[in-house]
Design a protein around this ligand. Structure first.
Ligand code: B1M
Length: 635
């Protein structure tokens, strides 16, 4: 069988001759070709040439953002409108929308003047970002900043024209030939509201806007739904066989109730329409899927791609295989940290592969891939090794023999957590409830009532508000509440503290400590860091947030200026973790360490890494962040 036949057979649920293996090399290639560190024999080779030479299938799923046909392809990224060789449709902006474009050093600002208002967005794609292994764009200024921005964006979507344009897709498909299956891009988002979330609003602000501007957002989603229907119709009538329908599902960001309400119905619809035409729908499920397992399986999706199991996330590969493959095909299964020598020893790497071949027996509905991508610092020989084992041991059906379990010591699993218990304070229950419900209006009224009754401001703060906020933090930790609840509660909490402020002045309750925080250089992930910021503020810390992609120099300069008690560093990429050490060394060198405590966090970071780089502590989540910050203040 050819790679193409094998992959399509796996997607159809048939039994191919052997396991297909298609590693996503683009990120690894971009970073290493720029640094001159590609393997010697491939110094001047493109990713496809390398894959072909090694006998791997081509990974043709995510659009090649760094290889557009022209800059126009991704010009309207901030609106989520794009056309490239991976799409089978083109678009035309409404004639009465005037578009102003200004580009400077990798930063493009676009202003849209529509008959119903003006909106703007700024998108960044610099050489430095590419060198550090970023393959898509970063939205610096989002198009939806306030309620008035919804109408102009809605206008553009209502009047946008889409038309069939499959020529470049067909050319691309013929270039790939029998070496892989090109997935055609329908949309990077799976539904209209998800489209707003992924492209148009800051990732954290989305949760506020989803709550505060619900009417405007639903109105815009309605306009975008016409676009989705049109895309669906065009893809359905196109030569595409497998269709990319939405990315970055994660049980925190696309939390279960939101996924059910806003995302799943559209996957069902796409799978129904495209399935009836003999096509397949694929979703990029690269995040934490623990809370979404049944929802994704039952959504009708045909391929869950970029599946990234434990130890990078909480779901093990055998669980995925057992729970999903009666309905869908898994593409992925090899977490990217297994390719890094700092994170995984040679022995653990081999053990993982042993357990993988066991876990996915008999091997139907499985396409091996590195999730989400092969990282820049991957040990090349390990990619080769996966390819060799897939070719030798991946004959299907797999026999499930010779199983050697993964050693628990090296890949330890977190213990399951107990539910958080809440202790209501009888007297202050009403404002505790306001904090839980994130009701920033009601809480101000209730605080005024308490003060009018002569209750002490300190009691309202300590017994009422702070205990409730801490309980929210605990519930977040145990998975009983999700990001939006925490953000809305913290906002209500901040409103309440502001209302109490004048009454606290006589015996002022001091801030619990000053924290300076930021996401390190090269890293654009901020949702988790923002959550930590919000939770620390919620329990009384004074927090200065430096944002994302923060250089070591900026950290040292701000430490010097603000003299914080604690410096918080966040990193979500294995490639940016070493930046934490660089910051710590810079602080040491400039004699700024003194009493300063350093807290580190982010999905790939752990206790041992924190110790190794000289940090004072590691927090796995926001609630632990509060506990650690408190400990740091007394030690
Ligand atoms: Co990216 N991404 N991403 N991504 N992304 C990950 C992190 C990844 C694990 C996906 C995967 O492989 N399965 C992978 C990293 C692999 C690795 O290096 N180990 C990855 C990749 C590869 C990439 C790109 C390189 C993709 C590309 O360009 N092709 C690119 C890199 C851009 C860059 O940063 N240079 C990229 C881009 C993006 C988006 C822009 C699309 C988006 C980010 C949006 C944003 O943040 N504004 C995104 C997303 C959403 C994810 C996943 C799916 C979800 C991350 C998240 O927000 N989780 C993620 C998958 C995953 O993590 N499993 C993935 C929810 C959040 C609440 O959790 O951030 O872990 P988390 O924060 C927690 C704790 O970690 C802790 O508390 C928080 C709350 O509990 N914590 C701290 C965090 N910081 C702390 C600091 C502290 C203490 C605790 O003290 C100071």
């Amino acid at each position: 069988m050819t790679h193409r036949e094998r992959i399509l057979a796996a997607i159809r649920g048939e039994m191919p001759d052997r396991l297909p293996f298609a590693p996503r090399l683009e990120l690894w290639h971009i970073a290493n070709s720029r640094k001159g560190t590609l393997p010697e024999k491939y110094r001047n080779s493109q990713p496809d040439e390398i894959a072909r030479a090694e006998g791997w299938a081509l990974h043709k799923i995510n659009p090649e953002y760094q290889k557009p046909r022209s800059p126009e392809d991704f010009l309207h990224w901030g609106l989520g409108i794009m056309s490239c060789k991976e799409t089978v449709y083109g678009y035309q902006m409404p004639g009465d929308v005037d578009v102003e474009v200004e580009s400077h050093e990798g930063e493009t600002k676009i202003v849209y003047h529509t008959p119903v208002g003006t909106v703007s967005s700024t998108v960044v794609n610099t050489e430095e970002m590419r060198r550090s292994g970023v393959s898509n764009f970063w939205v610096k200024e989002h198009v939806l900043k306030e309620a008035k921005d919804y109408r102009p964006v809605g206008y553009i979507y209502q009047n946008l024209k889409l038309f069939p344009d499959p020529q470049d897709f067909l050319k691309w498909r013929s270039e790939i030939g029998e070496d892989g299956v090109p997935f055609s891009l329908a949309c990077r988002s799976a539904s209209p509201v998800h489209h707003i979330q992924k492209h148009m609003v800051d990732a954290t602000d989305f949760f506020y806007q989803y709550h505060d501007n619900a009417k405007e957002m639903q109105g815009l989603a309605e306009s975008i739904s016409h676009f989705f229907e049109r895309v669906l119709a065009l893809v359905a009538d196109s030569p595409a066989e497998v269709v990319f329908w939405g990315a970055n599902f994660d049980d925190m960001i696309t939390y279960p109730s939101y996924f059910s309400k806003e995302i799943r119905p559209w996957i069902e619809r796409a799978a129904g329409v495209l399935g009836a035409k003999g096509k397949f729908v694929s979703c990029h499920c690269d995040g934490e899927n623990q809370g979404l397992m049944d929802l994704i399986r039952d959504s009708g999706v045909h391929v869950a791609e970029a599946v990234c199991p434990w130890p990078m996330t909480k779901v093990k590969i055998d669980d995925y295989y057992r729970r999903w493959t009666d309905k869908l095909t898994i593409f992925g299964g090899i977490p990217s940290i297994l390719l890094l020598k700092e994170s995984t020893s040679e022995e653990s790497f081999e053990e993982y592969l042993d357990s993988l071949f066991e876990a996915i027996a008999p091997g139907r509905r499985m396409i091996l891939g590195v999730a989400d991508s092969v990282p820049p610092a991957a040990v090349y020989e390990r990619i080769v090794r996966i390819g060799e084992r897939a070719a030798k041991e991946g004959r299907l059906p797999l026999k499930a023999g010779g199983y050697r379990p993964v050693s628990g010591s090296q890949l330890a699993q977190p213990a399951p957590r107990e539910k958080a218990r809440l202790v209501w304070d009888k007297e202050f229950k009403i404002i505790q409830k306001d904090v839980f419900e994130g009701d920033q209006e009601a809480i101000k009224g209730h605080i005024a009532d308490f003060l009018a009754k002569g209750m002490k401001a300190e009691d309202i703060l300590k017994r009422g508000l702070l205990t409730a906020m801490e309980a929210i933090g605990e519930r977040f930790k145990t998975g009983e509440v999700f990001i939006p609840e925490v953000l809305l509660s913290a906002r209500a909490m901040n409103e309440a503290t502001a209302a109490l402020e004048p009454y606290l002045s006589s015996s002022k309750v001091e801030a619990k400590g000053r924290v300076l925080i930021g996401t390190v250089k090269g890293d654009l992930h901020d949702i988790g860091k923002n959550l930590v910021v919000t939770m620390l503020r919620g329990v009384g810390f004074e927090v200065h947030d430096l944002g994302i992609n923060v250089e070591a120099d900026v950290f040292t300069r701000e430490v010097e200026r603000l003299k914080p008690d604690i410096l918080g560093l966040s990193a979500l990429l294995t490639t940016t973790m070493p930046q934490m050490k660089i910051v710590i060394e810079a602080l040491n060198k400039r004699g700024l360490r003194g009493p300063l405590k350093i807290m580190v966090g982010g999905a790939p970071v752990n206790e041992k890494f924190a110790r190794d780089i000289g940090a004072d502590g590691y927090a796995p989540d926001g609630a632990e962040g509060i506990t650690l910050a408190r400990k740091m203040m007394v030690s």
